[in-house]
Design a protein around this ligand. Structure first.
Ligand SMILES: [Zn+2]
Length: 140
């Protein structure tokens, strides 16, 4: 099961890194992820797409999440950042069909400047998650 840490506890544990100077489409891998999460989906499977297609919004979403978000250590031991925006930032599709609007930003691989990328998720996936250190709600 994934573990969660509120921003303060994540900072204390050294889980947070600034992405201010990172080029988020600097590698072919990142460019592929950018395209995947910004343009209408015809692919099979589950994909979340941002509402706003421009790079500037993508960069500021990513920065907000790494500067103020909560940390997730997922089942594979990867460190991700999660930031609740509280308004619709995108949409999740399944096999090209609308599933649910998304109101939360997730930054994955944020310690790797060549692979870091960001996509929108739904806060309902996290609503019962508490900080493993202090017990606070992780989406606050
Ligand atoms: Zn905490």
């Amino acid at each position: 099961m994934s573990e969660y840490y509120c921003h303060e506890c994540a900072q204390r544990r050294g889980f947070t890194y600034s992405t201010e100077t990172v080029d988020l489409t600097g590698t072919e891998y990142q460019l592929g992820k950018y395209v995947k999460h910004h343009f209408p989906v015809k692919n099979r499977g589950t994909v979340s797409v941002f509402e706003s297609p421009d790079y500037q919004t993508y960069a500021s979403c990513t920065l907000s999440a790494t500067a103020s978000g909560s940390a997730e250590i997922d089942d594979d031991g990867r460190l991700n950042m999660i930031f609740f925006v509280g308004k619709t930032v995108g949409t999740t599709y399944q096999d090209g069909n609308f599933i649910i609007p998304t109101d939360t930003i997730k930054v994955v691989l944020h310690t790797d400047p060549a692979r870091i990328h960001t996509y929108p998720v739904n806060s309902a996936n996290y609503e019962r998650s508490k900080c493993a250190d202090c017990g606070k709600d992780i989406l606050i």
